[in-house]
Design a binder for this molecule. Structure first.
Ligand code: G
Ligand code: G
Ligand code: MN
Ligand code: NA
Length: 261
């Protein structure tokens, strides 16, 4: 079967599942939330990672029903975790949106439906939009983001720093959170050009920018303990990465929450 036909069939059969990667408050180690990451449970090939099907899903438009599934499932699951493991503040759930979804006129209604159906407080849903995507059609994007924010959800710029964009847009966009791209976090602990430790110049600059704009900062792709302390020194409050946890199936996350409770 052609990949495109397989993907269409997968949508009909509901072969998708959602994994969750913890986001941690760096100072306390508290589990602050999770990022929802879709997986395709292929009947023969097993678990297919998003990079192997998201581009095709985007170009075919199948990302719209897939994204709607992720949104509903993530909201339902987080509401269930809130009920079973209440915490103060409650955990947040982040869902990735691609360009195609942001262009889709039904997006706002889908988000509203997912919230109503699950009973999740909108304040605990974060929608992640990659930086490069924000710049394609700024007026239309801005309208969509304002409508989403009017629902009470929060917005994050994903992969921040990789979009080669003018920074001026950040002052105008209704965003709440910057997710510092892994490529910048990777440099922490590496050797610099003079054989001394590389200075985390970009993370430091992004952190200052984020604070000046009153944005929350989340560092992505943390793999070493040393990166955690440096990020804290740079006033980055939250982090995500294999050092804390990989993306986990919902059952595994439920176990982790039960252990901590
Ligand atoms: O684990 P990781 O391989 O999960 O994800 C790879 C990429 O796929 C990331 O850039 C992530 O943003 C994207 N991605 C994961 N899940 C989703 C999703 O539900 N919707 C969209 N649009 N992108 C996703
Ligand atoms: O683009 P986005 O930020 O949505 O993608 C998150 C991606 O990063 C997922 O594929 C996830 O599995 C991956 N990821 C999360 N933490 C780490 C990490 O510590 N190291 C590496 N190599 N990848 C990570
Ligand atoms: Mn993301
Ligand atoms: Na990212």
């Amino acid at each position: 079967l052609q990949m495109k036909a397989e993907l269409a069939r997968a949508v009909e059969r509901g072969e998708f599942t959602v994994h969750y990667q913890p986001t941690v408050e760096l100072a306390s180690g508290r589990l602050a939330g999770v990022e929802a990451l879709v997986r395709w449970q292929h009947p023969e090939r097993g678990l297919v990672p998003p990079l192997d099907f998201i581009p095709l899903a985007e170009s075919t438009g199948l990302i719209v029903p897939i994204g709607r599934f992720v949104l509903r499932e993530a909201c339902r699951q987080m509401r269930a975790w809130h009920d079973a493991f209440p915490s103060e503040p409650p955990m947040t759930v982040s869902v990735n949106l691609s360009a195609r979804e942001l262009d889709e006129p039904g997006l706002v209604a889908s988000v509203r439906d997912a919230l109503e159906e699950s009973g999740l407080d909108p304040a605990h849903l974060v929608l992640e939009i990659t930086e490069s995507l924000l710049l394609v059609d700024l007026p239309a994007t801005m309208r969509a983001l304002l409508e989403l924010r009017a629902l009470g959800v929060r917005l994050a710029v994903d992969d921040f720093g990789t979009g080669y964009s003018s920074l001026s847009y950040l002052e105008d966009l209704p965003v709440d959170i910057l997710k510092i791209d892994k490529s910048f976090v990777d440099r922490i602990g590496k050797t610099g050009p003079d054989d001394g430790p590389a200075q985390p110049v970009m993370v430091s600059a992004i952190s200052k920018l984020g604070h000046a704009l009153h944005l929350q900062l989340v560092a992505e792709g943390i793999e070493q303990e040393e990166q955690v302390s440096t990020l804290q020194e740079l006033a980055c409050q939250y982090g995500q990465g294999y050092f804390f946890a990989r993306p986990l199936p919902s059952d595994a996350l439920t176990e982790l929450l039960a252990e901590r409770a």
